[in-house]
Design a protein around this ligand. Sequence first.
Ligand code: GDP
Ligand code: IMO
Ligand code: MG
Length: 447
Amino acid sequence: MANVIVIGAQWGDEGKGKITDLLSRSADVVVRYQGGVNAGHTIVVKGQTFKLHLIPSGILYPDTECIIGSGTVIDPQVLIAELDQIEELGISTSNLLIAETAHVTMPYHRLIDQASEERRGNHKIGTTGRGIGPTYADKSERTGIRMLDLMDSQGLRDQLEWTINYKNVILEKLYNLPPLEPQKVIDEYLGYAERLRPYVVDASLKIYDAIQRRRNILFEGAQGTLLDLDHGTYPYVTSSNPVAGGACVGTGVGPTMIDRVIGVAKAYTTRVGEGPFPTELDGELGELLCSRGAEFGTTTGRKRRCGWFDAVIGRYAVRINGLDCLAITKLDVLDELEEIKVCVAYEIDGERCEHFPTSARKFTQCRPVYKTLPGWQQSTSNCRSLDDLPRQALDYLKFLAELMEVPIAIVSLGASRDQTIIVEDPIHGPKRALLHADGSPASLLSA
Ligand code: GDP
Ligand code: IMO
Ligand code: MG
């Protein structure tokens, strides 16, 4: 039995969907704990591509229970479309459960998200425009609608009539937008309620029962550490807590029940939306990573900004999440390069800095200090063991593991399940496995 959290160690889109799907074969329950339809997790199985926004990436395994936890925010319209799409492919969704305490994204959340971004002008966050920030803001302001409110028809009518009239003042007076018609929204959401009713449960109790029955639980993070509301590059962050700690809050599971934490990081770095990105590459190299990595957003289709691997934020992710090990994805994207750079530290005002600076202003001033490694200039996508990898690729992985003081348990070399090297079983192997990518002892960790 092991309860494992999978988190993004960078700015999202690290390949959490692929890794969660892969690990789901040893999981009984897979739980999403935060975020909403801003997430886009891609799974490729036997040439078929699945893009999931809210449904956990364990859904392709018929015997795995999938739970959308309390800390998520649910856009019912998108969730229903996702359910339809999955069912049309002949995959059952009867193993899905939704937390009754999860908050619901309403039409005014999407409108306010988009209008406020426009109003911010040069100061915009570059959000996905899916209403995520305003839904979480209402949760904090205590004007949110929860799934259990959606299930109570009469209560919902009263609550929504008041809330929509209140939001209409904001839409009309602040953003010059037409008001919403309360009755229309109420009818639309009552329809969604009927479709979703069979899935809605006390999720925290279900998870606790599963833990007591010694089931294996996988907690699937969305977004990434640097997009965390508290620990990311604020204000250029999302409005939830993607870090490992968020899994406990977002599901109602106590920290003593978590056995280990796996971080997912690309072999380089990407970011969507605005905000500082020290290792960002403009020009030809950035374009090359973007095209080789097919770096276009799963949710919005936006082009992802690309850059070199940043070990300073990597070390930060190890610390903030208490990572036991890493899964390094998209190593194959670097195959063609003659040389590869890794940011080992920053320079701020001429001074070397080894740690992620919490001040956004300072982070913007960071200049990367690079170490250059030779590339391998051959394809790795068919490698299935560390022995198959070119020496330079293995050296690259070893260098990353040493820099971040964390072992690499999984190496991914393509989008499909089989394009993966399992270096060390990340769930059942020794905790904080004292191994580097090549299997040698990690002296830094064993010290
Ligand atoms: P997530 O949000 O963290 O789940 O990541 P996304 O699904 O948004 O983006 C990762 C993209 O990279 C998807 O299109 C995956 O199919 C793809 N992918 C995952 N792992 C690999 C890999 O090792 N190599 C390559 N070339 N693509 C990968
Ligand atoms: P997955 O789970 C990458 C980014 C947006 C924007 C910021 C705030 O697929 O890794 P929001 O709509 O959340 O208010 O936008 O966060 N963002 C993501 N970037 N992957 C994601 O999810 C993201 N979800 C949000 O681009 O910069
Ligand atoms: Mg994604």
